[in-house]
Design a protein around this ligand. Structure first.
Ligand SMILES: Nc1ncnc2c1ncn2[C@@H]1O[C@H](COP(=O)(O)OP(=O)(O)O)[C@@H](O)[C@H]1O
Ligand SMILES: [Mg+2]
Length: 328
């Protein structure tokens, strides 16, 4: 098959081959699977995007778009464009991406399915304040829609109204996003990958081990812990395959699949969860079309579930094609 791997470019130099590391990994794997593969990297030029796709006429777009130019939410309209062009593509469409990106809306969909989530309040810029009930301090304040722990750090956990409003205004100003305040859920943290459409299956849970985390700071995957390789937070966290009694593993997997379904995720995704001392499982967020790097928690979980990287990529291709065929 002719497959185009579609990705964003950080740089405006459209000839730059400075791709996210996941791009060559996926392209190489698709070649190993026998496909004819091209990579299309676009920074923010819609014409280039359309021309690049029209020229290549792929049978399938492997969609690794995370943003478009400076627009961190640009993956949504780009996916919409793929659908307008009638191109089969991997992962969720614009609607599903929108639902899971908005962590307030996500909770409202989870509520209908009786899935637990932290009680919350949304501080939008131009609409009325909305709240999920009386909130109990401390609260965790994060951007409503941005991911990758953007805007999440040492000051995210707040203990009073003054600190809360300070964080809210920083997020609105610096990230140009609404702010979301959630009740802080103390407990173990898990990532559960899910694959499939008609019958989504959960992968083995991965746990974030905070054992080496610095003392006195809340144990959360903030931007340092995720990205700053020299920080104590990064060095102090590890993702490990969770060692769990069967019953608890099954419960985590069920909540993850329920949340995946509630958000209508397509092909693949990852659900971030916390488990309290009393055994309650809270969904923190759902990541439709989650990061697919070979080193990612999702790839790690897939491997543990019997899908090595090659088979994982093959499965995603098969799921996308089967969906597309059904539609046309
Ligand atoms: N309500 C909460 N209670 C406790 N920790 C939280 C809460 N919300 C987020 N966190 C911490 O912050 C991290 C990032 O939050 P998350 O909602 O997953 O956003 P992102 O999209 O940036 O990954 C989580 O992995 C978790 O460690
Ligand atoms: Mg997360």
């Amino acid at each position: 098959m002719k497959i185009t791997v579609l990705t964003y470019l950080d740089s405006e130099d459209e000839n730059s081959k400075d791709y996210d590391p996941v791009v060559p990994q996926v392209a190489r794997t698709l070649r190993k699977l026998g496909h004819r593969v091209s990579v299309l990297g676009v920074h923010g030029d819609v014409k280039r995007l359309i021309t690049g796709l029209s020229r290549r006429k792929p049978d399938l777009v492997f969609n690794l778009m995370e943003m478009f130019g400076d627009n961190v939410f640009g993956d949504i309209p780009v996916t919409g464009l793929l659908e307008l062009l009638g191109l089969a593509h991997t992962g969720s469409g614009p609607g599903e991406l929108y639902l899971s990106q908005d962590k307030g809306l996500t909770k409202k969909l989870l509520a209908f399915e009786d899935i637990l989530y932290p009680r919350f309040a949304v501080f939008a810029r131009d609409t009325a304040f909305e709240t999920g009930g009386n909130l109990r301090m401390p609260l965790f304040v994060k951007p409503l829609r941005s991911d990758a722990s953007l805007g999440i750090g040492g000051k995210s956990l707040v203990h009073d109204a003054v600190a809360l409003m300070e964080r809210v205004s920083v997020i609105r100003k610096e990230l140009d996003d609404a702010a979301l305040a959630e009740e802080y859920i103390e407990g173990r943290e898990f990532y559960v990958g899910v694959i499939g459409n008609a019958q989504p299956k959960a992968l083995p849970p991965v746990e974030i081990d905070f054992t080496g985390f610095p003392e006195g700071v809340p144990k959360v995957m903030d931007s340092k812990a995720k990205w700053d390789e020299r920080s104590k937070e990064y060095k102090g966290t590890r993702s490990v395959l969770a060692q769990l009694p069967d019953e608890l593993r099954a419960r985590l997997q069920k909540v993850a699949v329920d949340a995946y379904r509630a958000l209508r995720v397509r092909d693949y995704g990852r659900v971030d969860l916390r488990l309290t001392d009393t055994g309650e499982i809270y969904v923190l967020e759902v990541n439709a079309s989650c990061y697919l790097d070979k080193e990612s928690e999702f790839a790690m979980a897939a491997a543990a579930g019997g899908l090595d990287y090659k088979r994982l990529i093959e499965r995603i291709v098969d799921l996308a094609l089967a969906r597309h065929k059904k539609r046309s």
